[in-house]
Structures are given as C-alpha cells and as structure tokens.
Design a protein around this ligand. Structure first.
Ligand SMILES: Cc1cc2nc3c(=O)[nH]c(=O)nc-3n(C[C@H](O)[C@H](O)[C@H](O)COP(=O)(O)OP(=O)(O)OC[C@H]3O[C@@H](n4cnc5c(N)ncnc54)[C@H](O)[C@@H]3O)c2cc1C
Length: 404
C-alpha cells in the first residue's frame, strides 16, 4: 500500500506541527505557506504542559527551552491601583509533579523557527497562497497563486486547512459562521528587557485586574524581551489583524490611574499592535470528504485561556495518530475520526474562553471584593488537570506518557 499524499495549507504553528507529527509516523506531508518567508511576526505565547508534551514527542523540548522562558509562577493576579497580590500560583516543581513537565512562555517567531528547523526544507513551500480547493472521489486539487502571479495546481489524497483565523479552506468545509464582536480589543507590545521595570523581568505570568480592563506581562525570548498584552474596551476599533498598529498614547490613556509599574512598562514600549477580539462559536464540522481543518481555522478562540496554539498542536498530534498507516482510499473515514477525537475538547476550550473577561474586569465594589476573597481559596493548577494533564492523551492514544 502506498503512503497517502497530504497537503497542509498554512505554515503557522499548527501547520508546521502537523507536518512534523505526520513525519514522525512516516508521512511526508507538504506545507504550503502564503508568506515568502516565516518571519518573526507576533509576540508572546504561553506554552502550557498540554502543548509541551506533544512538542516533547517531536524531540523539541530542549530547543524550546533554549528560546523560551520557563515559568516559575503563573496567574499572579494583582490589583490595578496598588499592585497588591491577590493570588499567585507557583509553577516549577508543582507543575512538573502534576503534569510531568514545565510551562513556558515564548515568542511566536522563536517557536516557529524551532518548528521550521526541524522540518526538511523539501516539505515547506513558501510563497504559495491557496486560492482554490476542489475535491472529488479520488483526491483534492489545490490552486496556489504566487507573488509573481503564477498559478500552481497541486493534486493530493487529502488536504488540511491550517490557514488560521481567516481560513480559505474553512469555506470549503463548513458553513460560514457568524463571528461575534466581543466589544474588546487587545494592545500588544514587546519591551526590551533593559528598558522594563525589574518586576516585569521575573519568570512570572502576571495579570493586573481593574475595572473594564486587564493587563498581562511576562518575559520571552530567553529573557531579552517582555511581552505585554492589554485587554481594553474596543471603542470604535474593529480591525481583527495581528499586524495592525495602535499608538502608545492610546494604550497609556487606557491605564490612567493604574499602579506606576504598569505605566512604566507601557512607557518603555516604542510601538504597539492593536486588534479587535472577535468570538466564534464551534463549527458544526471540521471535515468533509478529503478535507479537514486544524488550529485557528477550526477553532479560533478568544485569548483568555492562552490555549490557541496549544489546541493547534494537540490537533497535529491527533491527526498523525489517525493517519498513521491509513490507506489513501480510507482517508475520509480517518479524517472523520480525527474530528471525533478533537472536536469536543477543542470546542470546550473555545467556549470556556468566553465570559472570562466579566470576572477579570469587575469594577471596584462588592462583587470585586468577593472575587478577590475567592482567589485565596483557588487552586487553578489542580483545577486545570483536565486541560493540562495527560488524561485525554491516555484515552486517545492508549498511553499515559506520549513521549515514550
Ligand atoms: C502574524 C501572526 C501573529 C500572531 N501573533 C500572536 C501573538 O502575538 N500572540 C498569540 O497568542 N497568538 C498570535 N498569533 C496566533 C497564534 O499563532 C495562533 O492562534 C496559534 O498558534 C494557532 O496557529 P495556527 O497555525 O492554527 O494559525 P496561524 O498561526 O494563524 O497560522 C496560519 C498560517 O496560515 C497562513 N495562511 C493564511 N491563509 C493562507 C492561504 N490562503 N494560503 C496559504 N497560507 C495561508 C498564514 O500566513 C499563517 O502562517 C498570531 C498569528 C499570526 C498569523
């Protein structure tokens, strides 16, 4: 039996991880990415234990550790006006004991580079923007447009859409979903470590909570940069783009009256991106015949649980599991299995990311005081066992330690 030919549209974290997981099980998929080069676009990402384990399975934990920052504490919640610590969750040893691995924070570009370097160049086609997809009983024909206008057609046994939030492939798989504007926008900056206040250099995922907004920071790029994300009311801002620019003055104005260290961090930044946060409901399906979706194309989510990239990498691992040894004629059934394995969990995470801002953004008053009192009894690391732990891997792959 010949091995199936698989095309992956999109060379983001999900697409590259899928190619690497498929390679691990003996399938050389080709990734088609619209950009002419994989540049360091974007900012910080959390790499939680449920993402570290599938990367470990690819033999990439060492490379990740070199470019990332290992978190010693997470969810250090602070009060907006005076910085009082409301709650802090130690990670380090506690995380290793519970989930067998650490939790990291990384620059998206650094992680992309780690993945790209692990993939043979022959499996990555840059400057290939997917502009058409058609399937029949025997396979899929993809059309790509190059920057010079040239059109290239590719035939394969199955195609995976890993083409992100504005996915072209999604249109061929699922009915167009109505996206809901959340009313919020995110500012995001990268501050050089030497300009940032000392407290922002600690290996801690810190969240300052205040009325109608919150402010997050952690160091990335082996400590050379501090990643800043500020979630605020969107006002008139409607652009849902990772690369749209905002202004530091607008960001500063959002945090008038906040603790001086927050303001100092904002003022250390030289530029900022700003994007509107749009919420999407789970898709009714991810797979049709020989086409399927993965990552943000399948389950774009609000960023409040920092799980977008982790869920994409979980998808990649599950895809390889179902395609391992698959007969090219039986790919539609295998892709249905992939969807059945992944859709419930990814949808749960997608839905859970909703409404979180209400609790984070309470105005000062009795509800906020009650929330702050409850923090003292919280144990988010243990409560997140269903998300960070390996129970789902046991049930999907029949093993408790996928890195073996
Ligand atoms: C430019 C950019 C910056 C980001 N910055 C951050 C950040 O700062 N913080 C954060 O938490 N998350 C960020 N993300 C999102 C985060 O990387 C994803 O949520 C997560 O990693 C899921 O990855 P994905 O591979 O499913 O999608 P994505 O990371 O969005 O990757 C999709 C890929 O598909 C490519 N693509 C799109 N359309 C086509 C097409 N028609 N043909 C071929 N290729 C196509 C895109 O160029 C991209 O490389 C960013 C994403 C992008 C694209």
């Amino acid at each position: 039996m010949r091995r199936p030919s698989i095309a992956i549209v999109g060379g983001g974290i999900g697409g590259l991880a899928a190619a690497l997981h498929l390679r691990r099980v003996g399938i050389e998929a080709t990734v088609y990415e619209q950009s002419a080069e994989l540049r360091e676009v974007g900012a910080g990402l959390v790499v939680p234990p449920n993402m570290v384990r599938p990367l470990q399975q690819l033999g990439l934990q060492e490379a990740l550790a070199q470019v990332a920052v290992r978190l010693e504490a997470a969810w250090e919640f602070r009060r907006w006006r005076d910085g009082r610590v409301l709650f802090v969750q130690p990670m380090g040893e506690a995380c290793r004991q519970l989930y067998g691995t650490d939790c990291y924070v990384v620059h998206r570009g650094d992680l992309l580079k780690v993945l790209e370097q692990a993939l043979p160049a022959s499996q990555l086609r840059l400057d290939h923007r997917c502009t058409g997809v058609q399937q029949d009983a025997d396979g899929v024909t993809l059309r790509f447009t190059r920057n010079n206008g040239m059109v290239v057609e590719v035939r394969c046994d199955a195609a995976i859409g890993a083409d992100g939030i504005h996915s072209v492939m999604r249109k061929a798989v699922a009915p167009e979903e109505e996206a809901r504007f959340s009313g919020l926008a995110a500012f995001r900056c990268l501050v050089p470590a030497e300009a940032a206040p000392a407290m922002a250099l600690r290996p801690v995922h810190t969240l300052w909570l205040g009325p109608q907004r919150h402010f997050v920071h952690y160091p990335i790029s082996a400590g050379r940069l501090v990643n800043v994300v500020a979630i605020v009311p969107a006002g008139e801002w409607r652009q849902e783009s990772w690369t749209a620019s905002g202004t530091i003055a607008d960001l500063r104005a959002e945090f008038d009256g906040w603790d001086a260290r927050v303001l100092q961090l904002i003022e250390s930044a030289t530029d900022t991106k700003r994007w509107a946060l749009v919420d999407r409901s789970p898709l009714p399906r991810w797979s049709v015949g020989r086409l399927s979706l993965l990552g943000d194309a399948a389950h774009a989510m609000l960023p409040f649980f920092a799980q977008g990239a982790a869920q994409a990498v979980e998808d990649a691992q599950a895809l390889a599991h179902v395609l391992q040894g698959a007969d090219p004629h039986a790919l539609p059934q295998a892709l249905q299995r992939y969807e059945a394995l992944r859709h419930p969990r990814a949808s749960q995470v997608q839905l859970m990311s909703r409404g979180r801002e209400i609790r984070n953004h309470l105005p000062d008053g009795p509800a906020q005081q009650q929330r702050d009192a409850e923090f003292a009894h919280g144990d988010p690391l243990r409560q997140s066992a269903w998300l960070y732990g390996d129970d789902h891997e046991r049930s999907l792959f029949g093993t408790g330690n996928v890195s073996q």
